[in-house]
Write a protein that binds this ligand. Structure first.
Ligand code: FAD
Ligand code: DHB
Length: 391
């Protein structure tokens, strides 16, 4: 099998890249190790930055998002039993975000790819990338019980944090920057209308909690839990009791309960792999970088990477110049590190690490007080949350 761009992974990064290349008249093949149902059901991100929304629309993948997505103009910070709203458009010159789940973005892109695009193979597991530093890199993969080879002009590793593409970058050329956190998120989906019309990020002495949503009738909520927690060790009642405590306010706000339909724990990690390119192998999305979910940045970063790659490859086709491909890693990393910083700051602002000292608690509350009283601080958060511009 032969193609111009071999794409490993059909998460948001790989699927959107295939769409962008199709629109540019460049052929690709997507290899995905899991089945379609798994990719379409895997609960993850919920927030699309304005820039991501614009990219999906321009790619012809925004119709259902525009019908069903929920535009959000702010978030609420909750701490010390108080509530403070951050007004995005007022602070950023009109920017907002969209609540539209990653599962839905993937469903839309898969349907488009199968209808109009090049091959998208499910249950096709890439085993290794070979010849990354030659003009004809190859992806070895397993599909329908057979080993096969995809011959490419370029390979893009969109295979997430646990993928194989990153391993093809020689260790001596690689630098990894990492931080783990001693807590994770217990996430639930519940059949109950969201108890607030915007997301609520709560800092509490018992730990962080987040109220989000999937639709006007489905809530998505998260609780900070100790690292290594088993989701099944939390009964539904214990989850609602704990959420209720962490969202407590002095006014008459109430958390509505409903049947919990999914429960899982996500570990928290910051991770950057430099460089994001080796020869004709390019890394995009979670394959190259992970952020803790507090800033809602992971999917949006993946989108930025593949837009940068698609533009660079088009530039090469149209001008013969490799300049943008050569700049790919440095261009992406500038934005990646801003998102890493933002996600780290949101995480340390809102979570209570085990063993936090009274001094650290007071500093955290002082940071929140500053956000609630100084427009400059609010503006910084609003700009980060609604997204850093693509270069
Ligand atoms: P993935 O979605 O991980 O896709 C990689 C794909 O590659 C997978 O389908 C995998 O099966 C496939 N694959 C792996 N190995 C191979 C192989 N060897 N061969 C073939 N295929 C392979 N981000 C946000 O922007 N906003 C949010 O609100 C947000 N919330 C989050 C909440 C949670 C609980 C979690 C866990 C994440 C959240 N994120 C959020 C992060 C976001 O989900 C990820 O950053 C995003 O999925 C990255 O997309 P990706 O395509 O790079 O990787
Ligand atoms: C969601 C996830 C996040 O990480 C976040 O910061 C906001 C919302 C969500 O899944 O809805």
């Amino acid at each position: 099998m032969r193609t111009t761009v071999g794409i490993i992974g059909a998460g948001p990064a790989g699927l959107l890249l295939a769409r962008l290349l199709h629109n540019a008249g460049i052929d690709s093949v997507v290899l995905e190790s899991r089945d379609r149902g798994y990719v379409e059901q895997r609960q993850r991100a919920g927030i699309l930055e304005q820039g991501t929304v614009d990219v999906l629309r321009a790619a012809g993948a925004g119709a259902r998002m525009d019908r069903e997505g929920l535009r959000h103009d702010g978030i609420e910070l909750r701490f010390a039993r108080r509530r403070h709203r951050i007004d995005f458009p007022a602070l950023t010159g009109g920017r907002s975000v969209m609540v539209y789940a990653q599962t839905e973005v993937c469903k839309d892109l898969i349907a488009l790819q199968l209808k109009e695009g090049g091959p998208l193979l499910f249950e096709a597991e890439a085993v290794a990338v070979e010849g990354a530093d030659t003009d004809s890199p190859r992806v070895r993969f397993r599909h329908e019980g057979r080993e096969d080879v995809l011959e490419c002009a370029y390979v893009v590793g969109c295979d997430g944090f646990w993928g194989v593409a990153r391993k093809a970058v020689p260790e001596e050329l690689t630098q990894v920057f990492e931080r783990t956190y001693p807590f994770g998120w217990l996430g639930i989906l519940a059949d109950v209308p969201p108890s607030h019309d915007e997301l609520v990020y709560a800092r509490h002495d018992r730990g962080f909690a987040l109220l989000s949503m999937r639709s006007p009738v489905v809530s998505r909520l998260y609780l900070q839990v100790p690292e290594g927690t088993d989701a099944e060790s939390w009964s539904d009642e214990a989850i609602w009791d704990e959420l209720e405590r962490r969202f407590e306010t002095d006014d008459d706000w109430r958390l509505a309960r409903g049947p919990i339909t999914a429960k899982s724990v996500t570990p928290m990690r910051s991770h950057v792999h430099e460089p994001m390119r080796h020869g004709r192998l390019f890394l995009a999305g979670d394959a190259a970088h992970i952020v803790p979910p507090t800033g809602a940045k992971g999917l949006n970063l993946a989108v930025g990477d593949v837009v940068t790659f698609a533009r660079a490859l088009e530039h090469r086709r149209d001008t013969g110049s490799d300049a943008l491909l050569d700049a790919y890693s440095a261009t992406c990393l500038r934005r990646v590190w801003q998102a890493e910083r933002f996600s780290y700051e949101m995480t340390t602002l809102l979570h209570r690490p085990p063993g936090a000292t009274p001094f650290e608690d007071r500093i955290q509350l002082a940071r929140l007080e500053r956000l609630a009283s100084a427009r400059a601080a609010e503006q910084d958060l609003a700009e980060g949350y609604t997204g850093f511009a693509l270069e």
